[in-house]
Design a protein around this ligand. Structure first.
Ligand SMILES: Nc1ncnc2c1ncn2[C@@H]1O[C@H](COP(=O)(O)OP(=O)(O)OP(=O)(O)O)[C@@H](O)[C@H]1O
Ligand SMILES: [Mg+2]
Length: 593
């Protein structure tokens, strides 16, 4: 059998030491009680004694509950009062003793935690330490510091499950960027996304490739604010669909630039391609921004953009940009100059522009983005604590995804402006971006950069991926690295097979001493010895084979730890909330207790 690793201050020795200390301390306390009794109620003089005498009195005391004075020596007894005054006098030093013990415990815990913090958190953090770092109260204190007391009362911290080692409930701060990685069907939706959306009280953007998140959360979210569903492919047949015109807002040049960059990024010449690709993307982006700007100034729609993208020599956008008083200066000349380059170059540029608009080839997407159908205002959505579900099938990377990415960018841009106007310079309403199946449905070109920026605006971002390789496909190696490095919290469910990724998490968890048995056999028989060996706290095999509904939580101030994230169906309050859609329950949403 493997022996338990114990310090000299654990086990039977510690019990013996505690018992001895208790007897000596009680001896002193009883002695003090006797002095108090004599001075206040008895002979009014000191009783001679010492630690040894006090210990004897303490051990005899329990034989004389009716008259405690009998525990003292016959010489001292005449100086002591009756039973009531005796017990009252003995109680006072007992209370002092209890107070001292509590104080000593607190001091030891404080010293231990301070020592642990100097080394990046104790290897075996106590429940109190975990709660001080990631507990509900710690997160609420942080929210109060940023937004004031009222905000902390109306916000619900984002739950990250229960810490298996200590039983503490873990929460993310409102400005955290969370990266969640788990293979299909491992419980990312049931254990993390859906409960977070159900408990959230402010505006939320939720992306999904299946209808389950919408089906489980929409009725509850409808009690918080308006629910919008952008679902050109009809994944949720009965929901009322949101229509959004991507040209709207582009009369502002900055918005046109931002949106054009987003569309150009989907032209198939993203960061994964060489420098030449990036050049075509840049040139295409400058043409697309002029088209978007011109169309917005004239109140035209996507169909007009498509028409111009088919005719590089079209004069209409140039005319609008040169005549309209609100047009950005010089964009007309830029657009005209782009059309006058040598034909071979021009064909390549416009081919990229057309590819960027490929998403509108899908008639359902075109229908959802027509100018006369626009029903969505990001400002209203934020002010009214709305929920927007952005849906598209996993294969919709080239049809729905560019619009979804542009729509999210629009919401983020509006949030940025609202944050700039607010007193705290942050979005007061606490937007959550729950980007489930992010690589498939919401591959925002500059997500790695955005992830770093959004926390500062008061936006909580969760990027949910099935594997880190899926991020590499979209954002390239540097982008994927940035997405991982910038995460305040990383959640990893079992089943991951990227050994380098698992190794990294295992290393972050550090090492500890483990006793390893060495068995030797000779003519005298078998003998064994135990030697300490440095072993990883979380071996990669353990991370890859986590129990169902468990994930490793990597956070900045605690060593990586395992959390239990059960399905929201196991939470009675959440199940009732979903089942009945009861308005009254929203104020008292539980955190799974
Ligand atoms: N309505 C339901 N009732 C009972 N179990 C369900 C229900 N929906 C999903 N599950 C189960 O919960 C588990 C986790 O599903 P979940 O949708 O959370 O996976 P996921 O990690 O989000 O997967 P994906 O990457 O495919 O979205 C699965 O085993 C699934 O079968
Ligand atoms: Mg899912």
């Amino acid at each position: 059998m493997r022996p338990q690793q114990q310090t000299p201050f654990e086990g039977p020795f510690m019990v013996l030491l505690c018992a001895l200390t208790l007897v000596v301390a009680e001896g002193l306390a009883v002695q003090a009680g006797g002095q108090v009794a004599s001075l206040l109620f008895g002979g009014h003089h000191f009783i001679p004694g010492g630690v040894g005498a006090g210990t004897g009195i303490f051990l005899r005391l329990w034989r004389h509950p009716a008259d405690p004075a009998l525990a003292w020596s016959p010489v001292d007894r005449p100086s002591l009062p009756g039973p009531l005054a005796m017990w009252a006098s003995l109680l006072v030093p007992q209370l002092v003793l209890v107070g001292l013990v509590v104080l000593a415990f607190r001091l030891v815990r404080h010293v231990q935690s301070a020592a642990g913090n100097q080394h990046g958190g104790p290897a075996k953090a106590s429940r109190a330490h975990v709660e001080r770092t990631m507990g509900r109260r710690a997160v609420e204190r942080h929210t109060t510091a940023l937004y004031g007391k009222d905000a902390a009362a109306t916000r619900e911290p984002l739950a990250l499950g229960v810490d298996v080692a200590t039983g503490a409930r873990l929460f993310a701060k409102s400005e955290d960027y969370i990266l969640a990685v788990g293979v299909p069907r491992v419980g990312k939706g049931e254990g993390f996304v859906i409960p977070a959306v159900l408990r959230h009280k402010g505006p939320a953007v939720v992306t999904a490739t299946r209808h389950d998140t919408y089906m489980d959360t929409a009725t509850v979210r409808a009690k918080v604010g308006p629910v919008y569903v952008f679902d050109p492919q009809g994944l949720v047949p009965k929901a009322e669909k949101l229509r959004w015109n991507p040209v709207k807002g582009c009369e502002v040049p900055q918005k046109a630039i931002l949106r054009a960059r987003g569309f150009a990024g989907f032209a198939g010449v993203g960061p994964a391609v060489d420098g030449g690709g990036a050049y075509w993307e840049q040139v295409a982006a400058s043409i697309i921004r002029s088209y978007l700007h011109a169309a917005a100034l004239e109140g035209l729609g996507v169909e007009q953009l498509l028409d111009w993208s088919r005719r590089p020599a079209a004069r209409e956008p140039v005319r609008i940009l040169s005549r309209h008083p609100g047009a950005a200066r010089g964009w007309d000349e830029d657009l005209a100059a782009s059309a006058e380059v040598e034909p071979r170059h021009r064909d390549s540029i416009w081919a990229t522009v057309r590819r960027a608009f490929d998403c509108f080839a899908d008639p359902m997407v075109l229908e959802a983005t027509r100018v006369d159908h626009d029903t969505f205002d990001p400002g209203e959505f934020l002010n009214e604590n709305g929920t927007i579900y952005l849906m598209g099938s996993p294969g919709a990377q080239h049809s729905v995804a560019p619009i979804v990415a542009a729509l999210i960018e629009d919401v983020v841009d509006t949030s940025r402006h609202q944050a700039a106007r607010s007193q705290t310079r942050r979005l007061e309403s606490g937007l959550v971006l729950m980007l489930d199946e992010c690589a498939n449905i919401a591959p925002l070109g500059d997500l790695p950069k955005l992830a770093a920026e959004l926390g500062g605006l008061g936006i909580t971002t969760a990027v949910i991926l099935q594997s880190v390789a899926s991020a590499r496909n979209i954002w390239g190696e540097a982008g994927e690295r940035a997405l991982r490095d910038l995460a305040n919290i990383t959640l990893v469910w079992g089943g991951q097979k990227d050994v380098a990724f698992l190794e990294e998490i295992s290393r972050l968890a550090g090492e500890h001493d483990e006793l390893v048995e060495t068995v030797t056999q000779n003519e005298l028989g078998k003998s064994s010895s135990w030697t300490p060996r440095r072993m990883p706290v979380l071996p990669i095999g353990d991370i890859a084979n986590l129990a169902p509904n468990h994930a490793v939580v990597v956070s900045p101030h605690l060593r990586p730890r395992i959390a239990y994230l059960p399905s929201w169906r196991k939470d009675k309050i959440l199940s009732a909330l979903v089942g009945q859609g009861q308005n009254s329950l929203i104020g008292g949403i539980s955190d799974g207790e």
